[in-house]
Write a protein that binds this ligand. Structure first.
Ligand SMILES: [Zn+2]
Length: 456
C-alpha cells in the first residue's frame, strides 16, 4: 500500500513524502520524498490517539434505541434533576438490566467509533459489584479479544460502589472484586476504585488502603476516581493516597505499575502553595502518579448553583491539566470518561474534540498549547496508563506501522455537489485541535502490535 503526498510529524509542513506499507504484515517498507507533482492537497500524518479513562459498560444508556430488538432499553432512566446522586442511582438501576448481548453491543459501538476517531489504545473500566457480578468483565474480555489488532483494550476491574460501607453492601462488593481479580488475572491490568462513594472520611481512607494493598498483591496498575467535588470544607483524599503509597513503598515494590487519579476537581481549589507541596511530595517519593482530567463530566456535574440561588453563578472546576504538566512537572492528560449516560449525557467519543474543548476550558490558545493538548489525548495519555512500551506507535522504516492519516479535501461539497470553493486544509497539529477533522477524513494505518509485557 503506497501512501502518497503526506506531511510527516517533525519534518515541517512544506516537505511531502510517500510511505510504503506492506499489506501482509503492516511493516513500513520505505519513506521517501514525493517526486511527482501532487494534484490534491497533502494529507497530514499524526500519532494515533488514546482513551486513558473510559467506561466500557455504561456508554449510550440514554441513547440505546433498541425497540423491537432483544436488548434492554433505558429510556425511563433519563435524568430528571441531573444531580450526582441521581446519576449514581439511575446508572445503578440500569445495571440490573445489563445482559451479555447488550454489553457487547454497546461496548462494540464504543470501541468501533473510537477506532474511527483514531484511537488505538484505551483503559476501559468494567464494574464488579453485587448487581453486575462478573458480567461486565466477561464482556470486556471478549471485546478486548475482538478488537485486538485495531485497539489495545487495557481492562480495569472497577469498584464503582462502596467496598467498605456495610450499609451499602460494602463487604459483599469487596469480596466480588477480590474474586474478579483472581478469576480474570491474566486478562486484566488495573484495579479501579471510587473512595468518595463510601459513607465518611474514615471509610474513604480504608477504601484507599484496601485498593493499594490489593493492587500490589496482584501486580496491577491502580486507578482512583477521587476528590470529585468543589467543596472547600471537605478534606482532599489525595494526601492520603500519597501517604499510603509512600508507606507501602509502592515505587519499589510495585515497580512499573502506575497510579492514576481521575477527576480530582477539588484540586482546582488548591492554592499555589498546596499544589507545590503536592507536586514536591510526589516528586520526592518518585511516585508514578498521573492525573486524568475528565472535563466533559466535570463541567456537567460540578456546575451546580448554590441552594436557593437561581443559578446565574455556577462555579465550575476541573483540574487545570496544562499547568500540572508545565508548572508542576506532573504527569497529566485528559479523558472522555462517559458518553450517553446520566453522569455525562453529552459529548462524543472523539479525543480530538476533547482536546479542542481544552483550548477554551484551559484558556490555551497558542499553537504550542494545541500541540500539548494533542499529546494529552495521545502520548501523554498512553504514558499515564503505562502503555508506552506496550502499544508501539511507529513511523520508521522496518517497523510495524501505527499512525493516523488525516486527508484534506480539495473543494467544499454541499449535498454532494462540488461548489468549486477551495476547502481549508489542516496541515499542522494546531489545525487538528482548533477545529478537529470529521471522522471520515481520518484513517488509522497499520495494526496494534503489543509489547511482550502485555496481557492479552
Ligand atoms: Zn470514570
Amino acid at each position: 500500500m503506497l501512501l502518497t503526498n503526506l506531511i510527516l510529524p517533525g519534518r515541517g509542513t512544506q516537505k511531502i513524502f510517500d510511505v510504503d506499507v506492506s499489506d501482509s504484515n503492516s511493516k513500513i517498507i520505505s519513506i521517501k520524498p514525493t517526486t511527482t507533482q501532487p494534484q490534491t492537497p497533502p494529507s497530514r500524518v499524526v500519532p494515533t490517539l488514546c482513551h486513558p479513562h473510559i467506561h466500557l459498560d455504561k456508554p449510550f444508556l440514554l441513547t440505546a434505541h433498541n425497540e423491537g430488538e432483544e436488548l434492554p432499553n433505558y429510556h425511563d432512566l433519563a435524568p430528571e434533576d441531573g444531580s450526582f446522586a441521581e446519576a449514581l442511582a439511575k446508572t445503578g438501576a440500569a445495571k440490573s438490566r445489563y445482559t451479555a448481548a447488550d454489553l457487547l453491543h454497546r461496548g462494540s459501538q464504543l470501541i468501533a467509533q473510537s477506532i474511527q476517531a483514531g484511537v488505538t489504545s484505551m483503559r476501559a473500566f468494567v464494574e464488579v459489584d453485587r448487581v453486575a457480578k462478573f458480567l461486565c468483565v466477561e464482556a470486556g474480555v471478549e471485546l478486548k479479544r475482538k478488537f485486538r489488532e485495531q485497539c489495545y483494550v487495557q481492562l480495569c476491574v472497577f469498584a464503582q460502589d462502596p467496598v467498605i460501607d456495610d450499609e451499602k453492601y460494602g463487604t459483599e462488593n469487596r469480596k466480588l472484586v477480590e474474586e474478579a481479580l483472581r478469576r480474570f488475572r491474566d486478562r486484566i491490568d488495573v484495579l479501579g476504585s471510587t473512595p468518595y462513594v463510601e459513607g465518611d472520611d474514615e471509610k474513604q481512607r480504608r477504601n484507599i488502603e484496601w485498593a493499594v494493598r490489593l493492587a500490589m498483591e496482584h501486580g496491577l496498575h491502580l486507578d482512583f476516581h477521587l476528590d470529585y467535588n468543589l467543596k472547600p470544607n471537605t478534606k482532599p483524599m489525595i494526601w492520603h493516597v500519597v501517604e499510603v503509597l509512600k508507606r507501602s513503598d509502592w515505587t519499589r515494590q510495585a515497580k512499573g505499575k502506575t497510579v492514576v487519579i481521575g477527576h480530582c476537581s477539588r484540586l482546582s481549589l488548591f492554592s499555589t502553595d498546596e499544589m507545590e507541596k503536592l507536586a514536591k511530595e510526589i516528586h520526592d517519593a518518585q511516585l508514578p502518579i498521573s492525573f486524568v482530567g475528565l472535563p466533559t463530566s466535570d463541567l456537567f456535574m460540578m456546575g451546580r448553583p448554590a441552594d436557593g440561588d437561581w443559578g446565574g453563578s455556577r462555579p465550575r472546576g476541573t483540574i487545570q491539566v496544562l499547568e500540572l504538566i508545565r508548572r508542576f512537572k506532573l504527569s497529566a492528560c485528559i479523558g472522555i470518561n462517559n458518553v450517553g449516560n446520566a453522569f455525562t449525557p453529552w459529548g462524543s467519543l472523539d479525543p480530538l474534540r476533547l482536546a479542542s474543548l481544552g483550548v477554551g476550558l484551559y484558556q490555551a490558545g497558542t499553537p504550542q498549547d494545541a500541540e500539548l493538548l494533542f499529546e494529552c489525548v495521545s502520548a501523554l495519555a498512553q504514558d499515564a496508563i503505562g502503555l508506552q512500551d506496550i502499544v508501539v506507535r511507529s513511523l520508521e522504516e522496518g517497523a510495524t506501522a501505527l499512525f493516523m492519516v488525516v486527508t484534506n479535501e480539495k473543494t467544499i461539497r454541499i449535498n454532494g455537489n462540488d461548489t468549486g470553493i477551495a476547502a481549508r486544509k489542516r496541515l499542522s497539529v494546531a489545525d487538528m485541535v482548533w477545529d478537529p477533522p470529521e471522522l471520515g477524513q481520518r484513517r488509522v494505518i497499520g495494526k496494534v502490535k503489543v509489547g511482550s509485557q502485555a496481557r492479552e
